[in-house]
Design a binder for this molecule. Structure first.
Ligand code: PEP
Length: 250
C-alpha cells in the first residue's frame, strides 16, 4: 500500500509574512489527513523559517534543487548536506524549469540525484515530456530515457528511497491538466518499465502527478490506480486550495 504524498512547489514565491500564513494555514489540514504525507518545497532562503514553523506539525518539507557538490567554490548553490541540516526531508531533482531554464541534462540530473541521496535526502525525480513530444506520441520514450539516466548512474535500487513525479511540461503552470486517463496511462507505463528492472521497487515507488493540479481536479487524478499523489505548483500557494487537494488524497 503506497501512502499518498501531496507536495507543494512554491517556486520563486513568498515573503516572510506569506510563508508564515501559508504554513499556519496548512497545520490543521495536514494533521487531519493522517494517511497522507504533506510536504512543501519553499525557496531555500525560507528553509530556516519553515523548519521552525513546522516543528511539531505533520508538515514535511524539501528543497527545490540541490547542487552536486557538498561545498566549495560554487557561488549561489545549495549543498545537499546543508539542506539536510536545515531539516529537509526531500529535494526536487530535474524539475522541468531546471531542465529548460538551467539546461540541466539527464546526466547532470542523475548526478544531482546521487548527491541528494548521499546527503540523506529523498530525491523527487521530476520527469515528463514537452508538448511537441506529447503531440508526436513520444511520451513513453521520453520518460524511459529520463529514468534510464538515473538507473544507469545510480542503479534501480536507488529508487527504493525516492519519489518520481510525472509532470508533462505542457501541463505545468498552463491550467491544462492531463486527464486522469492520460496521466494513469503514463504512470502505469513508468511502473511497468521499472518492473523490468525490479518488480518490488516498481510496486513500492510513489509516482506523483504534477501539472495544474487544483482542488477541482485532484480527486479524479487520485482515484487512478498508479497515481500516488501530486506535485503542486500554483495551487500550493493558497492554503485553502492546497488543503482541498490534500482532502482529495485522503
Ligand atoms: C510544478 O511546478 O511542479 C507544477 C506542477 O506547477 P503547476 O501546479 O502550477 O502546474
Amino acid at each position: 500500500m503506497r501512502q499518498p504524498l501531496v507536495m507543494g512547489n512554491w517556486k520563486l514565491n513568498g515573503t516572510k509574512a506569506s510563508v508564515e500564513a501559508l504554513i499556519k494555514g496548512l497545520v490543521d489540514p495536514a494533521a487531519n489527513a493522517s494517511n497522507v504525507t504533506v510536504a512543501v518545497c519553499p525557496p531555500a532562503v525560507f528553509l530556516d523559517q519553515v523548519e521552525r514553523l513546522t516543528q511539531g506539525t505533520a508538515i514535511k518539507f524539501g528543497s527545490q534543487d540541490a547542487d552536486i557538490h557538498e561545498n566549495g567554490a560554487f557561488t549561489g548553490e545549495n549543498s545537499p548536506v546543508t539542506l539536510k541540516e536545515f531539516g529537509c526531508t526531500y529535494a526536487l531533482v530535474g524539475h522541468s524549469e531546471r531542465r529548460t531554464l538551467h539546461a540541466e541534462s539527464d546526466q547532470v540530473i542523475a548526478e544531482k540525484y546521487a548527491a541528494v541521496q548521499k546527503g540523506g535526502l529523498l530525491p523527487v525525480l521530476c520527469i515528463g515530456e514537452t508538448l511537441e513530444q506529447f503531440e508526436a506520441g513520444q511520451t513513453n520514450q521520453v520518460v524511459e530515457t529520463q529514468l534510464k539516466a538515473v538507473i544507469d548512474r545510480n542503479g534501480v535500487e536507488s529508487l527504493a528511497d525516492a519519489v518520481i513525479a510525472y509532470e508533462p511540461v505542457w501541463a505545468i503552470g498552463t491550467g491544462k491538466t492531463a486527464t486522469p486517463e492520460i496521466a494513469q496511462n503514463v504512470h502505469a507505463h513508468i511502473r511497468n518499465y521499472l518492473k523490468g528492472f525490479n518488480a518490488e521497487i516498481a510496486a513500492k515507488v510513489q509516482i506523483l502527478y504534477g501539472g495544474s493540479v487544483k482542488g477541482a481536479n485532484a480527486k479524479g487524478l487520485f482515484g487512478m490506480e498508479d497515481i500516488d499523489g501530486a506535485l503542486v505548483g500554483g495551487a500550493s500557494l493558497q492554503a485553502d486550495e492546497f488543503a482541498s487537494i490534500i482532502e482529495g488524497a485522503k
